[in-house]
Design a protein around this ligand. Structure first.
Ligand code: SR1
Ligand code: MG
Length: 404
């Protein structure tokens, strides 16, 4: 599947990207546009190109041959640009309103040209600003159900599913997740990053053999269970929002894995935000924001579950699998995995490489330490209780117990 021609590829600059767009006929005159590199993620360049006459704009996203956050010592395949683009195109077949539109692409340059979403904000930032987005649970629950179902064996049947899975073999990006989510936080790895005053909590986790065993099992699931096409990195930084619109971006980690991984990632990031808000939100707003986040966790799952069940019962490929009993079985497995992966995703953002602003940006040092310790404990509880907590109510009741 790798068809990037490495000898053609070169990283663009704000100038050279315009020459490229002009040659491709995507802009008419490079003197009539502005271009700004705005990528603040860990891996790619993102150029926003705006036509000064019409005010129309587009985004050019280009993969770099290494992890920007680490440097050239961590090389990464450029093929992830193709994978991201094809994952966006798959999602657009199901939920076009929930993903950015792809206008053009060029695998040789590892480039995707797509809709500019500058009128949206990143959900993580919006939540940190204390905003409430009423559609998030319905939109993300729908995104998850539609995409996770339609790429599965239950929707496609085994032959078509395997053909699709072939397109999404993503070793380099899976390797990042295998290391940063399932391995490094559980020993004294060089890549880890946490403050000195967290050492005791971190070491208690390294010595928790029961936890290490549960994470090893979850890692095996991540490595081996190719259930469906995942987004692969569905944190709140991968969602753009306005009051009325939701767009899921950045599926460069897409691969065939366990369905609960995406839902777990989203719930983990809402959980981290909830824990952070106990230290960040004004007294006057904390209760409202907390209630909203808990409701969003519950509703995201509820919307996912209902839609997934309906899809399976109405569109399931195999008659024998179109039963309530089978739907219960599949959904229960996804739920347990969701909790386990949410636990791993919560812990990695405190101990491993690549943190979240929600927690790291807490100004008060004592409050920050409290949030970090709570996140580790919450992660542990999610992992241990994944076969005990039967519904999101159990998780939200646990989180409610942390409310100030
Ligand atoms: C080396 S990349 C670090 C992290 O950024 C991405 O968003 C993924 O979450 C990855 O683990
Ligand atoms: Mg990303």
């Amino acid at each position: 599947m790798t068809n990037v021609r490495e000898n053609i590829y070169e990283p663009f600059t704000e100038q050279s990207v315009l020459v490229y767009l002009e040659q491709k006929g995507l802009i008419t005159d490079r003197r009539e546009v502005t271009c700004q590199e705005v990528g603040d993620g860990n891996l790619n360049y993102v150029f926003i190109v705006k036509d000064l006459q019409t005010d129309k704009s587009l985004v050019v996203k280009q993969a770099l041959p290494y992890a920007k956050v680490v440097g050239e010592s961590w090389p990464l395949s450029l093929d992830r640009a193709r994978i991201e683009r094809q994952a966006l195109q798959e999602a657009a077949k199901r939920v076009p309103e929930l993903v950015p539109q792809v206008f053009d692409y060029d695998d040789d340059y590892a480039v995707t040209v797509m809709e500019d979403l500058s009128d949206h904000v990143i959900l993580r930032k919006g939540l940190l600003d204390g905003n409430i987005y009423p559609n998030i649970a319905a939109d993300i629950g729908t995104y998850l159900a539609e995409n996770l179902f339609h790429a599965s064996d239950e929707a496609l049947g085994p032959v078509e599913k395997k053909k699709l899975a072939r397109q999404f073999v993503n070793p380099d990006l899976c390797d990042i997740t295998e290391k940063l989510v399932f391995t490094d936080p559980y020993y004294n790895a060089e890549s880890n990053s946490y403050p000195d005053n967290l050492q005791e909590s971190v070491e208690s986790l390294w010595h928790d053999d029961r936890l290490i065993f549960e994470v090893a099992k979850l890692k095996k699931q991540f490595l081996t269970e190719g259930e469906t096409l995942l987004h692969g990195d569905l944190h709140t930084g991968s969602v753009f929002v306005t009051e009325t619109s939701t767009k899921v971006i950045d599926p460069e980690f897409a691969f065939y894995g366990p369905a609960g991984f995406d839902i777990g990632a989203f719930i983990a990031n809402l959980t981290l935000n909830y824990i952070a808000q106990q230290e960040r939100a004004d007294d006057s707003r904390r209760h409202e924001i907390s209630a909203y986040l808990l409701e969003t966790i519950e509703q995201t799952w509820a919307v996912f579950e209902e839609r997934y069940r309906t899809l399976l019962l109405e569109k399931g490929f195999d008659d024998r699998q179109r039963t309530e009993q089978y739907a219960d079985y599949v959904i229960h497995k996804i739920w347990q995995d969701t909790l386990g992966f949410a636990g791993c995703k919560t812990i990695r953002r405190i101990i491993g490489l690549a943190h979240v602003e929600d927690i790291d940006g807490i100004e008060n040092a004592a409050g920050r330490l409290q949030a970090q310790q709570r996140a580790i404990e919450t992660g542990r509880s999610l992992i241990f209780n994944r076969s005990v907590w039967r519904s999101p109510k159990s998780l939200t009741a646990y989180l409610k117990g942390l409310e100030k």
